[in-house]
Design a protein around this ligand. Structure first.
Ligand code: PFF
Length: 455
């Protein structure tokens, strides 16, 4: 990405830069922390298969739609709709995205803070000779504290803020290109260790042998929500990034590569975790602590575990950072445009507001855990509303915008820049964004919310 961070006139300087930034946004805590834990909660393989279906039929076409809208409009999420559909209510889709970004980053920063604490726990060899139960209570006791998790959450938010102010070209983006492949390598090493554990087979069965009778409406809605969350869709992040992509880029190819990379990393994380979950007798549905409890057990049982655990949590934090900057950017771009304030002030303001909400997310793990709504604490509530409602809703409107408002001619014109358009592939894409994506989202949405039931 060129000078001065993500200002609207920036252009990605290379194809690799585009991939690094978009994949950097997509690959994050969603893949390594959230995917395994919700797969565990919703029963394993059946959830995974539904998730994969949503990725292919809804996620990929919507990612391409976001890139297309972004590159054509050369604007942020809100401005893009204003520019492409002047005087219409489409711009509210951009506002929906800003609300989602605000909520997501609030709890995202908390989990990233946990990861920072686990770097320190790794360096001080705190996992050594602890039983699975002890590692479980180590995690619970930590997140329930009112002090330290907030310190780490705020530190993470400060890092995110600094990068968005200073710029990403010489900082995070340069390092992301080197660090992301190392993260994948470590996950592969963990995979090997996990699948050679005694009892690993049960974990692999859990992840890959579906029992569709376990699937619930809520599970299907979560699979849809997570497809959006994991691919960074539905709130205009990839519209914003799309606006920095040059005309020579083949958008369809880029979308496919980012989607495949993101999905593979989630599956590899699942393969690292579930065999170990079963081998160490951890409950697969134990929730947000799954990765933080399971992996320390694995590190303990492998040569070089001390070294690998430091590197793993360090890279998890970096992966979180390349995602969090993309989330913050959505809010910052909106503040700049709507409040007409400078990038620096917009970033400080957005960070401060999000960090304060984040403090309450952190406190809802301990001090405020009795304060629930619909049985969810504040952290889970923000996660649920943003991922399961706002992102699919944003996706619904984005697909309607591209499929019905824009139409074939304009889509073809934009996609033809930097690529030869294959007519039948274009037809498939248009069919997906026009009918399948909005239809499926509407059905899953209403069903998951219990508005109607298939029985
Ligand atoms: N995709 C990121 C992850 O999987 O961790 C999270 C995220 C980033 C969600 C950007 C939404 C977004 F717009």
């Amino acid at each position: 990405m060129s000078k001065n961070s993500l200002s609207s006139r920036d252009v990605f300087t290379s194809r690799l830069g585009v991939i690094a930034a978009a994949a950097g946004s997509a690959v994050g805590l969603g893949n390594i922390w959230k995917f395994p834990y919700i797969t565990g909660v919703y029963g394993g393989a059946a959830f995974l298969f539904v998730y994969l279906g949503f990725i292919a039929l809804i996620g990929l076409p919507i990612m391409l739609s976001e890139f297309t809208i972004g590159r054509k409009s050369k604007s942020n999420a809100f401005g893009a709709f204003k520019k492409l559909a002047p005087g219409s209510p489409w711009k509210f889709v951009g506002m929906l995205g800003v609300a989602a970004a605000f909520m997501i980053l609030s709890f995202y920063g908390v989990v990233a803070g946990w990861s920072i604490d686990y770097i320190i726990k790794s360096v001080t060899d705190s996992f050594a000779s602890k039983s699975p139960d002890e590692l479980d209570s180590m995690f619970t006791q930590f997140i329930e504290q009112p002090g330290l998790p907030i310190v780490y959450q705020l530190s993470f938010m400060l890092m995110t803020m600094a990068i968005v102010i200073i710029g990403v070209k010489d900082g995070i983006e340069k390092y992301a290109k080197i660090l992301m492949p190392i993260l994948i390598l470590i996950i592969l090493v963990l995979d090997v260790r996990a699948i050679t554990l005694d009892g690993a087979k049960e974990g692999l069965n859990f992840l890959f042998h579906p029992d569709f009778s376990k699937l619930t409406g809520e599970g299907v809605l979560s699979a849809l929500g997570h497809a959006f969350f994991s691919l960074s869709l539905g709130m205009g992040t990839l519209i914003t990034y799309g606006s920095y992509i040059g005309n020579q880029n083949n958008l369809a190819k880029t979308a496919l590569q980012v989607t495949v990379a993101d999905t593979l990393i989630a599956i590899l994380a699942g393969v690292a975790i579930f065999p170990a979950v079963f081998a160490f007798g951890i409950e697969p549905s134990s929730g947000p602590g799954l990765v933080f409890i399971t992996l320390p057990n694995v590190f303990q049982q492998m040569p070089g575990g001390f070294f690998f655990s430091i590197l793993f949590f360090l890279l998890l934090t970096v992966a979180a950072l390349t995602s969090s900057i993309s989330i913050l950017e959505v809010v910052v771009a909106y503040f700049r445009e709507e409040l007409k304030i400078k990038r620096k002030l917009a970033t400080i303001l957005a960070t401060a507001m999000i960090a304060i909400v984040g403090v309450f997310c952190s406190l809802s793990m301990g001090l405020l855990k009795e304060n629930t709504l619909f049985g969810l604490n504040f952290f889970d509530l923000l996660d649920w509303i943003s991922a399961n409602m706002l992102l699919p809703l944003g996706g619904l409107f984005i697909s309607l915008f591209i499929g019905w408002y824009w139409g074939r001619e304009k889509i073809e014109e934009e996609l033809a820049k930097g690529a030869g358009v294959v007519s039948w592939l274009l037809s498939v894409f248009i069919f997906l964004v026009k009918f399948i994506a909005p239809g499926a989202i509407a059905i899953v949405f209403l069903h998951g919310l219990g508005v109607f039931n298939f029985g």
